[in-house]
Design a protein around this ligand. Sequence first.
Ligand code: ATP
Ligand code: MG
Length: 327
Amino acid sequence: MKTRVFSGMQPSGNLHIGNYLGALKNWVRIQQDYDCIFCIVDLHAVTVYQDPAELRGKIAEIAGLYLAAGIDPGVSSIMVQSAVPAHAELAWMLTCVTPVGWLERMTQYKAKAAKQESTSDGLLQYPVLMAADIMLYQAGIVPVGEDQAQHLELTRDIAQRFNSLYGETFVVPGTSLPAVGARVMGLDDPTQKMSKSATGAGHAVALLDPPDKIRKTLMRATTDSNPAVDFATAGPGVMNLLTIYQAFSGTTDDQMKLQFTGLRYGDFKKQVAEMVIAHLEPFQQRYRQIISDPGYLAAVLREGAERVAPIANDTVRLVKERMGLYT
Ligand code: ATP
Ligand code: MG
């Protein structure tokens, strides 16, 4: 039996190249080797307010982007989190074995709460719901970007705590990060990770941005006071652009140095932009084709949910038994 893989994205904005290089690209690469479930985590998105009509649209858009990236629904299951009620059900049970202190320490919680006027309880509980998503399917591997590594450590802590309280029940999942592109930084501010929910015109390259906009955003990206690429002294902005180029192209470290050392920033950025556009243009064509058939998209999501729901329901039944809840 193949090891199960689970991962997801929030329909909370426009998917960007960080989401692609940190997660989606790797999902496509590993899907033949594992039993994969790729989720659109809408229950996570509503931990901060989302306009309902926009959220509905984003769910379909993300499904389309998964398919355009090369997730094969014949091989992997693509599903929406709220279509399988067991996610929320298991989350409650796990909430009851998770100390609040563990949640209050989470970096993402602190960063996102600082941006809110009033913080929802959901934002604090976010990592427990994420643990439920993963543990519900007994996933052994979770391919994510580096920003989610802390939540995965917490997932392991929750699984171990449950197992020690109620007996061996859950697989303790491992984290899988890409070698290059695990943490793509904001193009306007390379000290902050690129995020869907961040505002600011020059912050991110979205997967569906037209070539002109991609060129403009990358040409304006923050660099440093050097005139040209110097690997020894490059600041975080230049390192970020190098990472983006390397992750898209698959160029080796040695080749990167040969190709870019001494290149003036203007010329360097042009090369980065053309590399990104060369990858995103065919991707966008596939996306437009897929999204033009909403019936197909709906069927993929329905089949995905139907395929995974029995696994999820079995886990909830087992957890109820273990905890002594009414079954
Ligand atoms: P939000 O701001 O709404 O949290 P996000 O950009 O952080 O959006 P998520 O939906 O939270 O996106 O994360 C989806 C996946 O993308 C996760 O696996 C996450 O680790 C990965 N990811 C997010 N941002 C980056 C980034 N800047 N670089 C690499 N991977 C990233
Ligand atoms: Mg995020």
